[in-house]
Ligand binder design. Sequence first.
Ligand code: 9MR
Length: 399
Amino acid sequence: MVDITARQRLKLLAGAAALMTSACGGASRSAPVTPDATTPPPPPPPPPPTSDFTLTDGLLRDTFRNNFSMGTAVTAEQINSNDLSARLAREQFNVVTPEYELKADQISPSEGVFNFGPADRVVDWALDNNMTVRGHALLWHEATPDYFYQGTPSQIRARLENYITTVMRHFAGRITVWDVVNEVTSVDIFNGDNGIGPDRRSRWFEATGGADYIDWAFLAARAADPSAQLFLSDYETENTFKMNWTMEIVRRLLQRGIPIDGVGHQFHLQLDTEASTALAAIDTVTNEFAGLVNHVTELDVNFYQNSGECWQSGTGCQPDIGPTPPPESLAAQARLLRDLFNGLVNRSTVESVNVWGVRDNDSWLNFAPVTRTNYPLLLNRAGEAKPALRAIIDQNYQI
Ligand code: 9MR
């Protein structure tokens, strides 16, 4: 995983590149008739449309208004620079997740230091624009400074409780939904299944000697802000094996009386993912745990298939597609997302669906596992609706 500062630098470069490549009319017109002194010159004609479709204000969120809220990830940098993605986020979505500003390495880079500035910026901007905020994430094994893991298990617990209490109280009333723990399920299933079981062998697990830290986090979160909705979020819940392990963890939490309100499914999907596998994950939660709700937390569709080797060492990766996405891939993305959204609207436990970025150039998948042009989101680099967006808002749109 690329570190945060490198990622931020890359994002800035990507933003600049997108600006430089944005089209600017340029069609030549015939010479104007010489105006007479009394008639004002006619206004210039509007630029030719680049597509036969206009994404009117609020269309995306309004399409799903009776089903679930529609969210996206935004950064403080995008807001501060009035980036096109921030403007489109405000126009089309009603939930914002700060993409990294609420992570421990940003909020508290060293012990006792709390830096809320960038997160406050995103949260206040969202609220000013009538959007709600998903808090992401109180505990993760990435983007977390080393000091969190130092000392005895009881020292680590006390520090974690203090962190969660301080952060949640700071945002109380402004952030009403939190990913309390992120990605705590074992990934052993992808490493040949060595019988490790449901709990990820993360630094949290190693430093505390087990998975009780998950309980500690939820208990502290409920105590800090009893009105907040508390989630466990993970990726590849569309994989039955991984989902079973996530379910084992949720079951254990509920059996112990640990407060949890819902499961977040990141849904970082592939072009060949069957929507039914993702919908099955939603149903698994609904069918076993009456009262728990589902959120889709980080939806995107990767245009590359990454081998384990590519993820682990950055070698053997598929080559860059380049600046023109293959039409058949755009169509596959549109079909997958239409099937997914058609299933999500019929599932009453789905309260919130969030895509992980606004325009294709915003996505982490342009940089992970290696730097390549990717097309994972609903809007293209120019901020126009892609086939996937049109497919989910209009059943008559021909893919
Ligand atoms: O997209 C996020 C990227 O901008 C950050 O640099 C990175 C580290 O904070 O986190 C990325 O988001 C991750 C999310 O928080 C959890 N699931 C996986 C996402 C992609 O790595």
